[in-house]
Design a binder for this molecule. Sequence first.
Ligand code: LLP
Length: 386
Amino acid sequence: MISKAALEAFKNIETPFYYYDMELLSATLEECRSQAAKYGFKVHYAIKANDQQRIVDTVCNYGFGVDCVSGGEIELAVESGFDPAKIVFAGVAKTDAEIRLALKAGIGCFNCESIPEIERIDEIAGEMGLRANIAIRVNPDIDAHTHKYISTGLEENKFGISIRAFDTVVETLSAVKNINFCGLHVHVGSQITEMSVFALACKRTVDLMHRFERAGFPVKSINLGGGLGVDYQHPVANPMPQFDAWFATVHENLPLEPGQELHFEPGRSLVAQCGDLISRAVYVKQGIDRKFVILDAGMNDLIRPALYQAYHDVENLTSDGELQRYDVAGPVCESSDSWGEGLMVAEARRGDLFAIHSAGAYGQVMAMPYNRRPFAKAYYSDEVLK
Ligand code: LLP
């Protein structure tokens, strides 16, 4: 919820910009930390969701680890003070340079996505005189009931290794010399709101864990990835994700063996709701039978609606007029640069300030300069309201 004081401060800031509610961020991190602590679960922040330094620093202060998908993210995590032993490294295309960087940094675990990757990590670790901790990322073949671009657990997918390749994985693990097999990694997708999807992922993981153990490879750690969804429809009324239900579901469906560790990699759920994209109405125009509000924030600032048909709640912050139906669009020369058609928004005038809610995750990180538009800057509640 954007306070009156924040709104007053917004009047002096050039739009569009990202605004982060640091109190909500802290409350969210605290909720996740305390819910995970109930079961001794370990949390790694999926830094790809938002890598703004202030956000990263705040997450680091809560003692979380990090889930990285590139050398650049590992460097940022290490420079930001995260414990390298709490860094996990996923990604389907880890280059030699990235593998070396990760080994040199002493990361906790490589989440391996293919057999050639395991072999390459083994070779490089051998050259460096090191041993690499790895987990096997397995595709549990589960439909996450989410958008196809953010669903990753289906069997035929560029991510992870199919369960069908089990025998080859075991052969590879038996042959490599410079690898410690630590366990399994499973991530079925993102923006998952049905707990039954996580329950199924747990069941598949338990079966697989038993197969590895029967083959002589004890599973010391299980990483269930991220994916917990947030309420994009009602972000103001419902800003806190269901960490309690997520962890309780996993606790019930994945009984741990003594000494086994359970890890998670939430991204969106930690940072989505603390971020808003703040924008100004440049024009209100009457079409043939619809009205348009054209904002100064567009798909270059937040690409999720254009890329995934994602819904973000749009609020006119400065009008107390009646709700009216508008097509709310951005400035970019693409028809897909739309915040939604037929949205009910308080009567709009040129100059009104708008919030596009739930923009903290996969917003600023995915921004681009298309149409030679400048990058929107970030402002933080504790600075703006000082
Ligand atoms: N772990 C792995 C291996 C992942 O691939 C991802 C996200 C996460 C953790 C974090 O998932 P989360 O908790 O944020 O759902 N740009 C898209 C989302 C891409 C997600 C990619 N992987 C979007 O804006 O919806």
